[in-house]
Design a protein around this ligand. Sequence first.
Ligand SMILES: [Mg+2]
Ligand SMILES: [Zn+2]
Length: 184
Amino acid sequence: MKPACFLDRDGVIVDDVNYLSDPSQLKLIDGAAAAIAKLNQAGVPAIVITNQSGVARGMFTEERVDQIHRALGHMLLPFDARIDAYYVCPHHPTEGTGDYVRTCDCRKPEPGMLLQAAKEHGIELETSFFIGDMQSDMEAASRAGCTGILVRSEIDVSDAAGITARDLAAAIEHCLPLLLLKAR
Ligand SMILES: [Mg+2]
Ligand SMILES: [Zn+2]
């Protein structure tokens, strides 16, 4: 069992453009790729945990989400950075049509994606971190039993649980020494 660094995607790794639906909209946030490379070099799994209710809303398909993640992978390559796994919730409890409209256990703040990732990758949640930019990310982290780090948030951080950091680079600078300590 080893710790991982879970990462929200929109607003953490790439600019949050509200329902990102095309690879051309991907814009890496300054320092994010280099920070992910540090996790890779340290042997800490970097795992994306993302709500994509645009799928339920019929704005784009799951295949498109995969395509976007392949494009993101290509953008990270020049930095020697890679995402080890992606977990995506395509659901929404009320919006959209068809099977995607349901109350699921994966949509953050539910911890389902974190629990599934932990199971599939042999991750110890107690020593893992989840870096996100929304209160729902922090809530998912605490429900899964890992430590949340809130970044780049416009929300009032005074009532945010856990740690705050300027951006992904600062958050990884904070948690990497702790992850390394626990990885051994
Ligand atoms: Mg986000
Ligand atoms: Zn879901």
